[in-house]
Design a protein around this ligand. Structure first.
Ligand code: UD1
Length: 418
């Protein structure tokens, strides 16, 4: 199993190019199932989750080609299978995103329930309830969601909680429904907005994406489009924290600062100087020890749960005490015990981790447990004295494109071993 080996202690310096957003490309790929013409999707990140998604759609009959410019041509005209198996859904929960499109376009879907995952139970009841409101008949049996429908009908749906993929599934299904759908308490994440923009380019009529009420006027059909995926705000945030934690200077290019307000705010509170342009963000922390920051994760535009582990790592070496509260997922502190192995001083009390900054971390062998936790551990390894070995890095490859190459480009002493 691949590992990442880091010799910590080098302040990072330089520019890093940000890839397309994982959480936008996955729903956009699923949206190809709604179209009756090919889609041309650009700024696709090179990630394991994208490969998994392509395999899943390929099995359904979507013809996919990836060119050397990282554009995917997705031709859905041959779709004739409507199954997302347990094998696929268990490796990538976002496979659930095929449910709405399949039901809306083909009137049938068999999609495995995701089951538990490392960061919590993560049910999909809101996806199911929303599709039922649109007129689908859904049975959950033998671990699978079996859905059938005639043409869906617009409905007024109030989500019980803010769910990103839940909102996306219902929004996608509603594009082909008869009449108008109103989704209240919708997720406002930039990736939901990006998906809406892509659907609009395909011919959908959607208003309000980015607010908590999305209105979809159903249309008869959706066609192809050419669409470039928005930059990854979580990858961006991770590289900015890499700059901060190593007391360096890093410029993230090809990104969008307007999707990162809560994160940039916390970095400034930590003492970083931030400079933004239309498509870049520079962080300068040279000569400064970061100050501890406290925050609570919550749906966008609040502080993202996907940046929690990285800021927990930052707090471990900061001046003062930071309280990190996780409200989105119930079990997203697995990185904490690993950070303690590097010498961090952390106490977990319920939903909160109380992190007292120490002067230095020291290298150790640690284990990645989920995607974002692994990013936090790599960041800690960048400042730990001596050698840190992060095991099970396949988690990181799900969501970060060439992380060790990008970090090496900034001067980090990092390599991958088999
Ligand atoms: C998405 C992101 C993930 C991010 C998360 C929260 C993708 C592919 N993944 O995941 O990176 O960490 O948003 O920002 O976009 N819930 C229910 N019932 C449901 C749906 C959700 O109880 O039907 C709960 C979940 O257990 C969780 C909370 O709602 O506690 C939010 O989860 P959700 O927004 O759905 O996360 P994902 O869409 O899976």
């Amino acid at each position: 199993m691949a590992k990442i080996v880091i010799q910590g202690g080098v302040p990072l310096n330089g520019d890093v190019m940000i890839s397309g957003a994982k959480n936008a490309v996955l729903p956009i790929l699923a949206a190809s199932l709604l179209a009756d013409e090919p889609m041309d999707i650009g700024n696709v990140p090179h990630l394991n989750d994208v490969t998994t998604s392509m395999a899943l759609l390929g099995e359904m009959g979507v013809q996919l080609t990836l060119n050397e410019h990282m554009r995917i041509l997705a031709d859905p005209r041959g779709v004739d299978r409507f199954l997302a198996s347990y094998e696929q859904v268990k490796t990538m929960r976002a496979s659930i995103l095929v449910l709405g499109p399949l039901v809306a376009r083909f009137g049938q879907a068999e999609v495995s329930l995701p089951g538990g995952c490392a960061i919590g139970s993560r049910p999909v009841d809101q996806h199911i309830r929303g599709l039922q409101a649109l007129g689908a008949t859904i049975r959950v049996e033998n671990g699978y969601i079996h859905a059938r429908a005639g043409r869906l009908k617009g409905a007024h749906i109030v989500m019980d909680m803010v769910t990103v993929t839940g909102t996306e599934n219902i929004m996608m299904a509603a594009t082909l429904a008869q009449g108008t759908t109103v989704i209240e308490n919708a997720a406002q994440e930039p990736e939901v907005v990006d998906l809406a923009h892509c659907l609009i380019a395909m011919g959908a009529q959607i208003e309000g994406a980015g607010s908590n009420t999305i209105v979809v006027h159903g249309v008869e059909r959706l066609g192809g489009c050419r669409y470039d995926v928005l930059p990854d705000r979580i990858e961006t945030g991770t590289f900015l924290v890499a700059g901060a934690i190593t007391r360096g200077k890093v410029r993230a290019r090809g990104t969008r600062s307007d999707t990162l307000d809560a994160v940039l705010n916390k970095l400034e509170q930590a003492g970083a100087h931030i400079n933004t342009t239309a498509d870049s963000i520079e962080i300068d922390m040279r000569g400064n020890r970061p100050r501890a920051v406290s925050f609570s994760t919550a749906p966008y535009p609040s502080f993202p749960t996907d940046m929690q582990a990285q800021f927990a790592a930052l707090n471990t070496v900061a001046e003062g005490v930071g309280v990190v509260t996780e409200t989105v997922f119930e079990n997203r502190f697995m990185h904490i015990q690993e950070l303690v192995r590097l010498g961090a001083d952390i106490q977990v009390k319920g939903e909160s981790a109380i992190i007292r900054g120490v002067e230095t971390l020291t290298g150790a062998q640690i284990m990645a447990t989920d995607l974002r936790a692994s990013a936090g551990l790599v960041l800690a390894g960048l400042v730990a004295q001596g050698e840190t070995v992060v095991d099970r890095v396949y988690h990181i490859d799900r969501g970060y494109e060439n992380i060790e190459e990008k970090l090496s480009g900034l001067g980090a002493r990092i390599r991958r071993i088999a």
